[in-house]
Design a protein around this ligand. Sequence first.
Ligand code: HEC
Ligand code: HEC
Length: 361
Amino acid sequence: MAATTANLLKTIPIVLVLGGLYLLAEMMHAERETLRQAAVDLTPACNAKLQEYALRAGEHYRSPYLLKTTGRTRELRGYSDEDIRAIQRGCNIVDDMQGHKAKSGARERWNATRFSRSSHANCVHCHRGVGDRQDAAGNRLVGSSGLAASWVMADMYDRFTGLLLPYELRQMQCYINSSNGYKPNAADDLIRDVTAYSRFLAAALDLKIGYRYPEQGMDEVTAASTLRRGDDYVRGAHEYRKSCAPCHGPQGLGTVVAGRAVYPALAGPESFTLDSRMHFARINTVMPGFICRNMPLGREGTLDPQQCRDIAYYISTLPRPAGDRQSPLAAAWQQLMMTIMPRLTKYAESLGGNDAQQTAN
Ligand code: HEC
Ligand code: HEC
């Protein structure tokens, strides 16, 4: 009898813990279900974009972009209210992953923030123009990693990995390494929402599955496109101080005002990792391509290919999180460097180092 009671007493805590976890899971499922049903509070950029593309529920969809750019019109399958909420949430995640622009406390962006360690990372920093960057005339811009163009290339050959990567996996890579985070489940709401948004963009822009459009990816800058003098750290550091540091900071740590990244970090704990495709030492054509087409903000296209490569090289030498394919030793080293580098540099500056002079030159 005593033995049975003792056994019972031992099982009770286990049952309680498992029961508690079950209830917690139920609660989280219920919360997500409410979020799926809730009306979406769009960011200003998403509001403008989705209005411009006339997203509304109905049996058919006709793209105003197509009419405007080609004079033609095409009737496509329309969207249900549920589809529309998914597309809207997807746009919000790309434009404002951290929920900084949300009025109601970023509830639906919670889906995305829990997969990023960085408190600044945001898809739109790299996928410019909410994943659909255009000039005033509506021409889609090359080198902006357009999400519609990448959706129609989904499941196609990815030459960096040699795999046929589904769109879900491509997004996951961006959570893990470009946003310094964790791997979301392929069926997670946030992946489906961003996919829904990208599919909608492809429909609005009338892109065709399997076609390669120039705005897909980053418009890479290869060493062959330069005079082949080699990429240079000193030139890169100098150019960085002159053209980039005013916004991204002397250490590349970005400019943060009231907890929000006004100018995103290019190095340090809030930045992309060593395994991101943006990291020059991993893929040496993507970051220079981004710089040449997109930076310095407001003076895009003023740098030549060699300058973009020099700057990208310099940025790659700054300490940053390790990423998912590095050894624990590499991770510890980066962590150490991220902690001491800013202090060391500050100390060197306080000794009257030549930083200030270099900027003045
Ligand atoms: C630090 C910059 C950066 C951030 C932040 C970032 N990405 Fe990316 N993303 C990239 C780069 C670089 C590629 C690879 C482009 C290529 O392969 O040419 C990429 C590729 C992708 C692709 C596949 C594109 C293609 O054409 O194959 C998707 C989808 C994607 N990102 C979604 C996201 C989402 C969603 C987020 C936000 C959670 C995000 N990215 C955040 C830089 C970034
Ligand atoms: C006037 C301010 C400004 C200057 C100067 C500037 N940037 Fe940026 N940069 C930004 C802003 C703002 C973004 C985010 C873009 C967006 O959200 O559309 C950004 C984004 C980036 C990104 C992608 C974001 C990420 O998380 O990695 C890189 C890389 C970058 N800049 C590099 C550079 C380099 C290199 C230079 C110098 C050649 C430079 N920038 C000069 C403002 C600036």
